[in-house]
Design a binder for this molecule. Structure first.
Ligand SMILES: Cc1ncc(COP(=O)(O)O)c(C=O)c1O
Length: 397
């Protein structure tokens, strides 16, 4: 992560195909497009790589989450359970539909704690949304069992985990629906883009129509298409899809590079008593997009984080103090700061956050450091980085 570091001839070729025809729109203009359908091709490629029956490309990962929820019929007043450690997009995508994000604790996987999920289920709960943060995954066996016993929809946000697998299956393909982001900093990038994946034909057709103003996409006259239901514009452009098409064909190579770099860093830290690694659920294999580890306490982690920065070890995140990824800094959510009046269901539904603390999440995020694995490093650079990181941690008390 991120794939833009290795842009090359493949990406240029796909983009040039689009520019030569001039058709930047993914639908229609059949006679003018020289046979190029980059979004459709990327959907086919993702279906094969992610081993699912259906893929709907959309304009972002945030859009993917909203479209997936809408496709499953989740809206006003429905509760969606998700973890305290994610990206602000997760609750935004829920609330834009009038649904209510119910944040619950994470465990040492850095994702949903199944027990916390169980405790949060109410008569309004409609879906559970594990977020596979930083290249690894939630305990999907436990969450699948909970969803089955309570008749809930399981939506995987795999925006940060393309290339990871669980019992041999790509993450995102295990639940009822899965979501991916191809924004600029992801392992596979389109610049901006996202995907909803599913094996459920109804959810797929809903996603296809909803992401394009409710168009049914029947026939070749866009003006004559009917609208079975209301939709919105979450379309991806052909230019973005073209970049992603070249990138996704390189996914296995990218993951292999990430694994090499990750292994060098992990080996260097594994003999240090103060370091323990994030738990990967049994049967899971990470995408190696990040190396995630725990230090003995918050103060220790803050010192190491500072020292990494001072010594040029970039892209290592101590999320406890981060404004984007952890509940502690989301005052705008807790206080519902909005440009427009918020639906009354959401206002009421969010009230629980005013008096809620997440001690268990603090315990894990406070001690965690997540280091981004870059694709462009040379072997020498990774070895040098690994030695510096190990030395800094050993020197910290
Ligand atoms: C877990 C998670 N979900 C959703 C998103 C939103 O993706 P996008 O930036 O493509 O809208 C991100 C983006 O970083 C993310 O990390």
């Amino acid at each position: 992560m991120p794939g833009f570091e290795l842009f090359g001839d493949e990406e240029r070729k796909e983009v040039n195909d689009v520019l030569e025809s001039g058709i930047l729109m993914r639908y229609g203009f059949d006679a003018l497009r020289n046979g190029h359908w980059k979004a459709k091709e990327l959907e086919k490629e993702l279906e094969s790589q992610l081993q699912v029956n259906h893929v709907q490309l959309v304009s972002s990962g945030t859009a993917a989450v909203s479209v997936a929820l809408a496709a499953a019929g989740i809206g006003a007043g429905d509760e969606v359970i998700l973890p305290t450690f994610t990206f602000v997009a997760s609750f935004e995508a829920i609330m834009v539909l009038g649904a209510i994000p119910i944040l619950v604790d994470i465990d040492d996987t850095l994702t949903l704690d199944p027990e916390a999920v169980n405790n949060a289920i109410t008569s309004k709960t409609k879906a559970i949304m594990p977020i596979h943060m930083c290249g690894s995954m939630a305990n999907m066996d436990a969450l699948t069992a909970i969803c089955r016993s309570h008749n809930l929809i399981l939506i995987e946000d795999a925006c940060q985990a393309i290339g990871a697998t669980y019992h041999g299956k790509p993450v995102g393909s295990i639940g009822d629906l899965g979501c991916f982001s191809f924004d600029f900093v992801k392992t596979i990038t389109c610049g901006e883009g996202g995907a909803v994946i599913t094996n459920n034909e109804k959810y797929y057709l809903n996603s296809d129509h909803f992401s394009d103003h409710g168009h049914d996409h029947v026939g070749s006259d866009r003006g004559a298409e009917t609208h079975p239901f209301l939709g919105y514009n979450f379309r991806i452009s052909e230019l973005n899809a073209a970049v992603g098409l070249a990138q996704v064909r390189r996914l296995n190579d990218f993951v292999a590079i990430q694994k090499d770099h990750y292994s060098i860093l992990r080996n260097a830290l594994s003999s240090i008593d103060a370091v323990t690694f994030r738990t990967v659920p049994e049967g899971g294999e990470e995408s190696y997009a990040f190396l995630n580890f725990f230090l003995p306490d918050l103060e220790f982690a803050q010192k190491v984080s500072r020292s990494f920065k001072e010594n040029g070890i970039d892209a290592c995140f101590h999320y406890y103090d981060n404004n984007w990824h952890y509940i502690r800094k989301w005052d705008h959510l807790v206080n519902l700061k909005s440009l427009y009046p918020i639906a009354s269901e959401v206002k009421k539904g969010i009230e629980y956050l005013k008096n809620k603390s997440f001690d268990q999440s603090d315990h894990f995020i406070g001690r965690n450091i997540s280091c981004l694995i870059k694709l462009s490093w040379t072997k020498e650079e990774v070895v040098q980085r690994a030695n510096t990181m190990a030395q800094i941690i050993k020197n910290t008390q």
